[in-house]
Design a protein around this ligand. Structure first.
Ligand SMILES: Cc1ncc(COP(=O)(O)O)c(C=O)c1O
Length: 390
């Protein structure tokens, strides 16, 4: 008898499909049915599937060297990628720490901030907020997770509300200042510049500006978790640039490795440590670095940041004419609300039957996250499908 194999999944997910291949913005299931992918593996696949640029880069690198354990052998490519990313982050950024995933990048960022402080410190994280699934990042995440009931948090997290509109901003900022006055030993403040898992909710501009001012006043490093929102998806390299705010420490992951596992933390000289406190055998993988460099070059050559902004606007225009609420977003991070969680689930199921893959966010939101290479024509087809699936 054939042994039955089990693959435990992180969530109960009724919309999972078995894929046979991908091409451009399309995925194909085992029966050959095509789907326009508006999920991009939750923001990993900026260049879609089967990208010639990425395939070429990986194939070339595979013939040279696939892995160089960063600690005792290194390559020029490892330095060159950090140099490219620092250039996009701004002139004060000159330091990079490699990690293997987005969660690793967030863990690394927190360790850098605490190590610079030189003693144990509390971390401010907002609600809602998703920062990863490792032990440290799960405790920064506001959602309930089984892991949190089974383990102790590795550090004390101070939780405050995220202002999702101008009306809530001054109330939230005031509550935050009260918290800062009564807690002296804070090592870092981490934010998602646009809420990912909560449904691509864009914060009020003055909220992000206000956080920066509080960080300056109380001398707290600001960590921007750009794992989902960074790497040009918002129309700018970092989503936080849309608010004209500079963070101190930047976490990158997901699309930065163009489909290969890679996490990176970028900082200025102020957060340069003599040693990386989180050595990892899988971080700084050379195939991932080759893919990352090729992807950055491709995005620039094809001006995909501009495309993200333009197609994002088109998607929002179309949504504004549909029976949905709270249309919002930055670039190709677009969210909207439906009447209930049930309606969001049924919309995802109908869209899937009609050839469009969607993903939920928050309780009753849908998040739209197509590859950055998407054309207006494909976006139009997707929005037609969405309209008839609601
Ligand atoms: C904002 C944010 N931070 C961190 C992570 C964790 O990244 P990874 O799943 O690669 O560990 C995610 C993943 O969804 C994320 O959206």
């Amino acid at each position: 008898m054939k042994k039955q194999i089990h693959l435990p999944q992180p969530f109960e997910y009724p919309h999972r499909i078995e894929i046979s291949k991908g091409d451009g913005c399309f995925l194909y299931d085992q029966k050959g049915k095509s789907y326009i992918d508006f999920v991009s593996n939750v923001g990993v696949n900026n260049l879609g599937y089967n990208s010639i640029a990425i395939k070429k880069a990986i194939t070339k690198q595979a013939g040279i060297l696939t892995n160089a354990t960063f600690s005792h052998i290194g390559t020029k490519d490892q330095e060159e990628l950090i140099a490219m990313l620092c250039k996009f982050c701004g002139k004060e950024f000159d330091t990079g720490y490699y990690a293997a995933t987005g969660s690793d990048a967030v863990e690394t960022a927190v360790r850098i901030a605490v190590a610079k402080k030189g003693k144990k410190g509390k971390i401010i994280a907002l609600k809602p907020g998703y920062h990863g699934a490792t032990l440290g990042t799960a405790f920064l995440t506001s959602e309930d997770m089984p892991i949190k009931t089974l383990f102790n948090a590795p550090y004390k997290v101070l939780r405050a509300n995220y202002a999702t509109n101008e009306k809530e901003t001054s109330k939230c900022l005031k509550a935050l200042e009260v918290m800062l006055k009564s807690n002296k030993d804070i090592a870092a403040w981490i934010i998602e510049p646009i809420l990912g898992s909560a449904g691509y909710v864009v914060p009020a501009k003055n909220f992000i500006v206000g956080i920066r001012k509080l960080c300056n006043k109380y001398n707290i490093p600001l960590i921007a978790d750009e794992v989902q929102s960074g790497n040009f998806r918002s129309g700018r390299f970092l989503a936080i640039e849309n608010f004209n705010v500079k963070p101190d420490i930047i976490c990158l992951g997901k699309s930065v490795g163009a489909g290969l596992p890679l996490g990176i933390v970028i900082t200025s000289k102020r957060f340069r440590l003599k040693h990386h406190h989180y050595p990892t055998s899988a971080g700084a993988n050379l195939l991932a670095i080759a893919a990352a460099k090729a992807s950055l070059k491709y995005i620039q050559a094809k001006k995909l940041d501009k495309n993200a902004a333009e197609i994002g606007d088109y998607i929002k225009e179309r949504l504004a004419k549909m029976s949905v609420d709270n249309v919002r977003g930055l670039g190709l991070l677009v969210g909207f609300d439906l009447k209930s969680s049930k309606q969001a689930n049924s919309t995802i199921s109908s869209a899937r039957k009609n050839g469009l893959l969607l993903m939920k966010g928050g309780k009753k939101s849908i998040r739209l996250c197509p590859p950055l290479i998407i054309s207006k024509n494909i976006a139009k087809k997707a929005m037609d499908i969405l309209e008839k699936s609601i």
